[in-house]
Design a protein. Structure first.
Ligand code: SAM
Ligand code: SF4
Ligand code: SF4
Length: 325
């Protein structure tokens, strides 16, 4: 690897963040794609390290020789509306309800973002491995079938994952749309059934039954527990702490798009939209003549503005505890 780093004069932070971490994520994606959609081949985890190296080398050569640009995983925050009000929501959704102002991504907004990201005169992306449709509750979005269809038809997008709290059952139109793209669209159903407070609100089993009957793929987790989120405020961390926090933050693996801006994570996206922080280190996706370079430069940071306001404790809590409003 050293010879490639030298040859292309790769900055350490860009190597770590874009190539090395990117290769680890690509490996995870390929393995999941094999198990879930029976695509590709089995990459034995015993040889994980060898695969990381191989993928990393390929990505470096592809980037510098062919200009190949990839985003491994990105959330599209299609609505901040939700059917629940979870106290420790990682995306701070209840605060939008409290403020009485929601952010919606229409189908046209979604289409614009996809088009501009892949446009050779825009982002010039070659690949997004995983698009996650989230919110809020994505099933509240009236144009969810159109959004899914548009993403599924794009062969530069690997997989579309819809994350739901299972409080609303999927419509017939949604089911029919997903059935057409059964080889790349699936649900992740958050399992909040360990929370007795939500009894009567969750349709967890019914939801799974519908998906089973229609042979739609999904994943879920038994005994899901949550991270206890600290209040979003300036913690005055020193530089070293911020770098360490960011380096070990699993949530930084998934970028987040809201209101035509690409953020490092959902906290940055929501914090900015709620007016709690003024995020300068996101990428503007609208009318940006420098989009491709901005996306590349986005991967050259050791930590981001939002990290200063973020506190995720190691303490685990019952998922989806509700706040009273
Ligand atoms: C913000 S939610 C949006 C989608 C949908 N409303 C839901 O709850 O599934 C996306 C994912 O983040 C997870 N999540 C939210 N807050 C969390 C926390 N404090 N710790 C761990 N996971 C969390 C949820 O369980 C869900 O799987
Ligand atoms: S975690 Fe809870 S409040 Fe947050 S989006 Fe999901 S269901 Fe809504
Ligand atoms: S703000 Fe920083 S530390 Fe917090 S979740 Fe986002 S990337 Fe991670």
């Amino acid at each position: 690897m050293e010879e490639l780093i030298k040859k292309y004069n790769i900055e350490p932070v860009f190597y770590r963040r874009y190539f090395r971490y990117g290769a680890e994520m690509l490996y995870a994606f390929l393995l999941q794609n094999f198990f879930l959609f029976k695509k590709g081949k089995f990459l034995n985890p015993i040889k994980k390290k060898e695969y990381f190296d191989k993928l990393c080398r390929e990505e470096i050569v592809n980037f510098y020789e062919n200009g190949f640009l990839r985003i491994p995983k990105v959330d599209f925050d299609i609505t901040t509306r939700c059917t629940l009000k979870c106290k420790y929501c990682s995306n701070m959704m209840p605060k939008f309800r409290q403020n009485g102002s929601h952010v919606e991504m229409s189908f046209d907004d979604f289409k614009y973002i996809i088009d501009v990201l892949f446009d050779s005169k825009g982002g010039g992306l070659n690949r997004i491995d995983i698009i996650q449709l989230i919110g809020g509750e994505p099933l509240l979005h009236k144009q969810l079938p159109e959004i899914i269809e548009y993403a599924a038809k794009n062969d530069k997008i690997g997989v579309i994952k819809i994350i739901t709290n299972a409080t609303i059952l999927p419509s017939e139109k949604l089911i029919e749309t997903i059935k057409k793209y059964n080889d790349k669209v699936y649900f992740y159903i958050s399992n909040y059934s360990t929370n007795p407070e939500l009894k009567g609100l969750l349709k967890f089993e019914e939801f799974q039954k519908i998906l089973d009957e229609n042979k739609i793929k999904y994943q879920t987790m038994q005994d899901l527990s949550w991270d206890k989120e600290g209040e979003f405020k300036d913690y005055h961390y020193d530089e070293q702490t911020l770098k360490q926090m960011f380096a070990s933050c699993v949530r930084s693996s998934c970028l987040s798009i809201i209101n035509n801006k690409l953020h490092i994570c959902a906290k940055s996206a929501s914090g900015n939209e709620l007016g709690l922080i003024d995020v300068k280190d996101c990428v503007n996706l609208k009318d940006n003549p420098n989009l491709r370079q901005d996306i590349i430069d986005f991967y050259k940071k050791d930590y981001y503005e939002a990290c200063k306001y973020c506190a995720i404790s190691e303490e685990k809590v019952i998922p989806a505890q509700q706040v009273q409003m």
